[in-house]
Design a protein around this ligand. Structure first.
Ligand code: SAH
Ligand code: SF4
Ligand code: F3S
Length: 438
């Protein structure tokens, strides 16, 4: 048998890319590749890129710069660029970067084996089309041993067109995967030991997948997945406030397998800025939504995304954002300085001075961190469930995630990865909690 070739894959950006990278690895397995963590021994390097902010997409070019030395030593090293930068700048990458052999957009991964064969013939390959149908249909079934927690992409793309965002252009229009494929994939994963599924989509709560009895929304999909024996936990991300339907909210109240954690990006607390962002929700409607979710699930941990320094953001707008944060109380959040992205409507507007944006970012991050730490310390004394994901650094220690998605360390020498246990939280550190097995 021919010696297996080595694939080095680097993943940037969101969880969707993490999922896609797994699927690309499986597609390349069927082409005789195994993965390596050592770029020096790679026969192929795949960079699965992110275009969301300028800094994210610049990483591709600096990594390509570093790869040039490897290709000089090993001229038959194949270099492929996948993901959202590939989609947005694919042809330019091919033109400007002669060391790149292949460019493949996020909707074309099923073409990888065929593209790889073209590379074997010494040709270059580029594919950034948006074909109809499920790109995952033509990829091999997910196999191989995995940890107890897995991602499952249920929906891709976005029709919202927030004025700052590239996702509708790089991932295309909203597409939901049919329910039978998802149930099959979920069953397969559970058979392989998965106990927690995180359903993924750029707009996951807009899910409307085809099934034998009409379209299912996300709430229906969650309820069906919850019937799978052995699957203990369900999460989903990322949601848009306008798609939080009543059935989905209700599921948070009465579906025990649906975890008490919700990532619900708000971006800003100012109605004026939300309008300029084309978010199509207001400050009050967001606050009302949070209230109705907390009514059915009082202990839910909320997380969000914020953009500061959006064009036209005044001190008063920014104060509104800080005020919204104080009103809601977020357990975990991401905040970003606005980054103008070519081709988006907001990029046409006059930016606000960098030092003001930097200062706001610092303020918002310190407030969010303070909230996060305080919500985390409040967990001390509480009983939570923890799903062990790996062994800790100290002998006999296990590390896992609580139902609220906090990382928890537990001394539990007889336990194994995949165990779901009851734990009392006894201490709160900077980035994780410590617990005692009950
Ligand atoms: N639908 C996904 C989108 C991923 S983008 C989601 O809502 O999570 C993740 C976050 O990146 C967005 O919520 C937003 O806060 C941030 N973001 C997107 N475009 C940005 C830009 N141009 N500048 C700064 N942050 C941006
Ligand atoms: Fe981007 Fe807005 Fe769509 Fe989220 S909802 S992916 S921020 S356009
Ligand atoms: Fe980045 Fe594309 Fe995800 S731009 S955040 S990798 S959808």
């Amino acid at each position: 048998m021919a010696k297996a070739k080595k694939l080095f894959i680097k993943t940037y950006g969101c969880q969707m890319n993490v999922y896609d990278s797994e699927r690309m690895v499986e597609a390349m397995n069927s082409e005789g590749y195994v993965t390596t963590k050592n770029v020096e021994e790679a026969d192929m390097v795949l960079l699965n890129t992110c275009h969301i902010r300028e800094k994210a997409s610049e990483k591709l070019y600096s990594d390509l710069g570093r790869l040039r030395a490897f290709k000089d030593i090993k001229p038959d090293l194949k270099i492929g660029v996948a993901g959202c930068v590939a989609q947005a700048e694919g042809e330019e990458i091919m033109r400007r970067m002669p060391l790149v052999d292949m460019v493949v957009g996020p909707q074309s991964y099923h073409q990888l084996p065929e593209m790889n064969r073209r590379l074997d013939k010494g040709q270059k390959a580029i594919n950034t089309e948006f074909p109809a149908g499920d790109k995952f249909d033509h990829l091999p079934e997910r196999k191989g041993l995995r940890g107890p927690s897995a991602f499952l992409t249920v929906q891709e793309g976005c029709d919202k067109f927030c004025s700052f965002c590239v996702v509708p252009y790089t991932r295309g229009a909203e597409v939901s995967r049919p329910t039978d494929r998802l149930l099959t994939e979920a069953h397969n994963l559970v058979e392989k030991g998965v106990r927690e599924l995180t359903l993924l989509g750029q707009n996951v709560n807009a899910y409307h997948g085809r099934s034998k009895d009409g379209a299912w929304n996300l709430a229906r999909l969650i309820r069906e997945l919850a019937k799978i024996d052995g699957l203990e936990r369900i999460r989903y991300t990322t949601s848009h406030p306008n798609d939080m339907g009543t059935e989905l909210i209700a599921a948070h109240g009465d579906e025990p397998k649906l975890m008490p954690y919700l990532h619900l990006p708000v971006q800003s607390g100012s109605d004026r800025i939300l309008k300029a962002m084309n978010r199509k929700h207001g400050r009050d409607s967001y606050l009302r939504l949070i209230e109705s979710i907390r009514t059915v699930r009082p202990d839910i941990l909320l997380s969000s995304d914020f953009i500061v320094g959006f064009p036209g953001e005044t001190d008063a707008d920014f104060t509104d954002t800080l005020d919204l944060i104080r009103t809601v109380g977020f357990g975990q959040s991401y905040s970003f300085k606005y980054s103008a992205r070519p081709g988006t409507p907001a990029a046409e507007k006059t930016p606000i001075p960098t030092d003001i944006a930097d200062d706001r970012l610092q303020q918002i991050q310190s407030l969010l961190l303070k909230q996060q730490r305080s919500i985390q310390s409040d967990m001390v004394g509480h009983e939570v469930s923890v799903l062990y994901e790996k062994k800790g650094r100290i002998a006999g220690q296990m590390v896992g995630k609580s139902n609220h998605l906090h990382a928890v360390h537990v001394h539990d020498p007889d336990a194994k990865v995949g165990d779901l246990v009851r734990v009392r939280i006894v201490e709160s550190g900077p980035n994780s909690l410590g617990g005692k097995r009950l």
